[in-house]
Ligand binder design. Sequence first.
Ligand code: ARG
Length: 597
Amino acid sequence: REEADVEHNPIDLYRSYISTELSKISGVDASLIYPALETSISKDSADLNLPVPRLRAKGGKPQELAAKWAEEFPKNLVEVAANGIFLRFNFIGSSLTKLVLPMIWNQRKEFGRNESAKGKVAVIEFSSPNIAKPFHAGHLRSTIIGSFLSNLHESQGWKVHRVNYLGDWGKQFGLLAIGFKRYGNDKELEENPMRHLYDVYVKINADATAEEEKIQQESAEAESKGVPYTPFATLHDKAREFFRHMEAGDEQSLKIWSRFRELSILKLKETYERLNIEYDEYDGESQVSLPFMDEMTDLLKQKNLVEQDNGALLIDLAKFDKKLGKAVVRKSDGATLYLTRDIGTAVKRYEKYHFDKSIYVVASQQDMYFAQLFKIFELMGFEWAKKCVHINYGLVQGMSTRKGKAIFLDDIMEVAKEEMHKVMQNNEEKYSQIENPEEVADIVGKTAIRIQDSTGKRINNYAFDWSRMTSFEGDTGPYLQYAHSRLSSVQRNVDFTDEQMKNADLSLITEPDAYELVRLLGQYPDVLKSAFRFQETSTVVTYLFKLTHAVSKLYDILWVKGREENLQLARLALFGAAKQVLNNGMRLLGLTPLERM
Ligand code: ARG
């Protein structure tokens, strides 16, 4: 049963009111009416709609009942009209204004939030880049979506643990260690570990490829001469050897690896901070031990789930679900895989957090992989298997910087900042008034990136477009920041206290366009609920743009300067409430709203 959240949600308050009143008239239980009252975002729909047949009321055809009830319904808070089998309720602007604006002024930063999920725990894993490989567009999306979902869960009362699951294990770390001996540089490692390790990795990989070619050539020559050929131990052989030592817990090898890991994490922390993200845990593929994975492998064997295949161990998931195919859990030399580590990690995660929900924000290229993983949890008999959710998303096309094809998150932010700085300089007069243009450019640049990424549904691909995303025209990040700073400037030059705003005479607000804005403001808590239901960032982004458009319409209609004091107060109470809601929404998206730009 849906529960009214009348303290935090104006629409729920109306739902509650309407169901009580309609119950008196119709004799239908209020608890049946409440959930039947539907909102709709469509423009010509009413604020709340009730399909009368859903009530299964006796005493007449739905159409007749609708007409009769509409006639009898009290007219002071809502307008009621029958439309066929529907009852349409529209909130009366003046009453809505007196409800919504004080609610916003009282709750301020809390408006939109509720505690309905109090006590529930979510683990949200996102970003999860690979050390020594570039941070690519897929990681960027995961970062943006995951940080939003974390904030959103908290807004609905969840306790959230943000986890970054690094790609920090595997044979490539053997290769990297060898490469570092050849090409590494301690100073560079400390200054920019991600980039330096990547450079080293590229070089040593090139060497390894050259070796392969050499072996091929030599063996072909040997063959043509008819002499036997034994290839030398290659870099790849040595890398495998090194990784074997790592998995066996050899201290010397682990020391080298852990230095790479720790320095990378230090750097990553800075980068995430720039995006207003703080993790509770830096987990990673390395963090689950070999003995524990052996334990998991034994459990799989006990449950009769694994088969031998040339020494490797695999699970034939097709037996349970055709499209899932087979999944390898151990290589023939006993080495673990990405999948083995995810199984171990999930079990540990449940032991640690006792989550009610465990979210993995990973690109839809891994849809099949996660379907397999979750099926394996289920087959292993873990009751939390059904609490695991894969939040997937489409590709970003064409993201590159002029510096080259390998991209790091810092580069993306740096380029966005430079681009924004250029755009801002185009307006010389405004630019000269900004105190800290570099900082503003940085914030707007980050906003541009996040908004571009969050405008469409997450499952869709989108094309990365520097010039569109840094434009002030259209529904872009810079426009959103501009809208916020303009609302701030309305507030800036007047001397009213919050207490005065709270007590403003709201009956002075009468304009239909103002009511339109109030309606939107009142919807904010409901918008968060629906973003939550679909786990979609775009739900909030679309709403915020609607809000800013409704506000910009009002600047010419609701003058503040030079008006009589009470009228000024009432109008500022409205603009101030709009600023608050925009601010709350932007912060939920992980943005830093600007007061001036
Ligand atoms: N590091 C992986 C990649 O870059 C993503 C990790 C996703 N999370 C997981 N639990 N498998 O593709």
